[in-house]
Design a protein around this ligand. Structure first.
Ligand code: 5GP
Ligand code: MG
Length: 179
C-alpha cells in the first residue's frame, strides 16, 4: 500500500492523506471529545463509509459510549444525488443522551441535515457532528459541524472506508481523484 497512484475502474487517484496523518487527526479529535468529560454518550456511526474511522476513533474515547450503526446513502458514483434515502437501524433510546454523529466526509450536507433532524426528534441532551473530512465549499446545510478532522477542497476521495462504486474502502490511506 501507500502507492503514489492507484486506479479504480475508470478513474485514477493519487495519495492525499497518509495513514500517519489520519492517525494524528483521529488522536486530536478523540482528545477534543474526551475533554468534554460527558457521560451518557451515544456514537451514531453512519455506514458504510465511517466504519474505519469509527473503529479507530472509539479506541481512543474515554467516556464509555454506546455505539450504534445506521445506514443512509446519498451518493452513487462520484456525484451526490442530492437526496437521502431512508435511515436504517436507529435505536430510539436517545433521550437525555449526548449524541455524536460520526461521519467519514461531509459534502453538500444533505445527509447530515436529514440525520440531525431525525435524531433531534428523539430528545437527546445534545447532538454533535464529528467528521473526518469536510468540504466547506460544497456545504449547503445549516447544521454546525463541530468536530472536523480536516477541511478539504471539493475533490472526490477514496480509501479509509470511503468507496468509489464500492471499491477502495479497505485502503489504509486516503486518495484523491486525478482530474
Ligand atoms: P452529502 O450528503 O454531505 O453530500 O454527502 C455525504 C456522504 O456522501 C458522505 O457521508 C459520503 O458517504 C459520501 N461522500 C461525500 N463526498 C465523498 C467523496 O469525496 N468520496 C466518497 N467516497 N464519498 C463521498
Ligand atoms: Mg458517509
Amino acid at each position: 500500500m501507500n502507492k503514489k497512484q492507484i486506479a479504480i475502474f475508470d478513474k485514477t487517484f493519487e495519495l492525499f492523506i497518509s495513514s500517519a496523518e489520519i492517525n494524528d487527526i483521529v488522536i486530536e479529535l478523540a482528545q477534543k471529545i474526551n475533554a468534554l468529560k460527558y457521560s451518557n454518550v451515544v456514537f451514531v456511526s453512519v455506514l458504510n463509509g465511517s466504519f474505519m474511522f469509527t473503529s479507530d476513533l472509539c479506541k481512543r474515547i474515554e467516556c464509555n459510549p454506546e455505539i450504534q450503526f445506521i445506514k443512509v446513502a446519498s451518493y452513487s458514483g462520484v456525484h451526490s444525488q442530492g437526496k437521502v434515502q431512508e435511515l436504517i437501524g436507529l435505536k430510539k433510546d436517545l433521550q437525555g443522551k449526548h449524541v455524536f454523529i460520526i461521519e467519514d466526509i461531509i459534502d453538500s450536507g444533505n445527509t447530515i441535515e436529514t440525520l440531525y433532524e431525525t435524531l433531534k426528534a428523539h430528545y437527546p441532551s445534545s447532538i454533535s457532528v464529528v467528521t473526518l473530512l469536510f468540504k466547506p465549499s460544497a456545504y449547503e446545510a445549516l447544521v454546525p459541524i463541530e468536530f472536523v478532522g480536516k477541511n478539504i477542497q471539493n475533490d472526490f476521495v477514496v480509501g479509509y472506508g470511503m468507496d468509489y462504486n464500492e471499491l477502495g474502502r479497505e485502503l489504509p490511506e486516503i486518495y484523491k481523484i486525478v482530474n
